[in-house]
Design a protein around this ligand. Structure first.
Ligand code: SF4
Ligand code: SF4
Ligand code: FES
Length: 303
């Protein structure tokens, strides 16, 4: 769910009521607590939470770091939908007609305290699909003597998946994770495809066996609520469909793809590496032009 730029230009109601679901691990009590804040244009859900924490109630526990949608640590459920708090404008979730927002910890994660959740299972599942390059030649894998060849169209097979920021919103939105806690979940399955598609990798047989289980890719219902909430447009639901179709071909003995080779030593420090002619094949992007001219981002006049 990318940031809504139209909403960012609007002004929120002057006063917003924030209802936060709190949890105290010592007493095991859960309760709703209500706060009222003065809101302003450009304010995000994270800004609102920090304002409450700084001015009203410093006992609220939450997780955040970068404040710009990069670290993936500020995920919460706002009005029933998993979102990154720092990338959600108040105007996306409240209005003059309804100036109330509810904030809960991410669904499908154990709650540590208030809005902070435990990502242990999520990362264990991510690690279980072997999210790293595997080569058949273990010596080459441990001590590579050069760089692998990879062409732009091959890079595009993995590009969108490398944008994942491990925020867990997809996992929180998945009804199958809620019903089957052992289900690998959208992020881990998407990451399995990320490496299956990587021409530098030779570990697809291992990964196909890992995802070809009752808690693997066959459990997915393809309702795509994971893709609907992903803040980086990774589309884990589409990735799982693609993974299943490749797994099907693998089972029939028909799965094949190119494996890249070492093409020479890595560049020396400071050495300028010329762009290969294929670089210009990236759709809509002229990399050579980008090297020569700085990119200027123009904001609308009224911003
Ligand atoms: S598409 Fe699959 S992984 Fe995504 S939310 Fe639905 S069941 Fe979960
Ligand atoms: S796939 Fe999207 S929603 Fe899921 S962890 Fe990665 S960035 Fe977050
Ligand atoms: S604080 Fe880093 S993504 Fe929101």
């Amino acid at each position: 769910m990318a940031m809504d730029m139209e909403a960012a230009r609007r002004s929120p109601p002057k006063q917003v009521t924030v209802r936060i679901r709190r949890y105290d691990p010592e007493t095991k009590k859960t309760w709703w607590q209500e706060y009222k804040i003065e809101a302003h244009r450009g304010m995000t859900v994270l800004d609102a939470l920090l304002k409450i924490k700084e001015d009203v109630d410093h006992t609220i526990v939450m997780r955040y770091s970068c404040r710009q949608g990069i670290c993936g640590s500020c995920g919460v459920v706002v009005n029933g939908t998993p979102r990154l708090a720092c990338q959600t404008q108040l105007t996306e979730v409240v209005s003059d007609a309804n100036p109330v927002m509810t904030i809960e910890p991410l669904y499908n994660f154990p709650v540590i305290r208030d809005l902070m959740t435990d990502f242990t299972d999520f990362f264990n599942k991510h690690r279980s699909v072997k999210p790293y390059l595997i080569r058949n030649d273990k010596e080459e894998q441990e001590n590579p003597k050069g760089q692998y060849d990879m062409y732009p169209d091959e890079y595009l097979q993995i590009y969108q998946y490398t944008n994942c920021v491990y925020c867990g919103l997809c996992y929180a939105a998945c009804p199958v994770v809620a019903a089957d806690p052992e289900f690998l979940g959208p992020q881990a399955l998407m990451y399995a495809l990320r490496f299956v598609n990587d021409v530098r990798d030779e570990g697809w047989k291992e990964r196909f066996l890992i995802v070809d289980t009752e808690h693997g890719c066959h459990r997915c219902h393809f309702a795509a609520s994971c893709s609907a909430v992903c803040p980086k447009a990774v589309d884990p639901a589409g990735a799982i469909q693609s993974l299943r179709s490749k797994l099907f071909r693998f089972r029939l003995g028909l799965y094949k793809r190119r494996v890249s080779k070492i093409i020479g030593p890595p560049p020396e420090k400071g050495e300028k590496v010329p762009l290969p002619p294929e670089a210009t094949l990236l759709p809509g992007v002229d990399l050579k032009k980008l090297e020569e001219e700085p990119v200027v981002i123009k904001l609308p006049e009224d911003y």
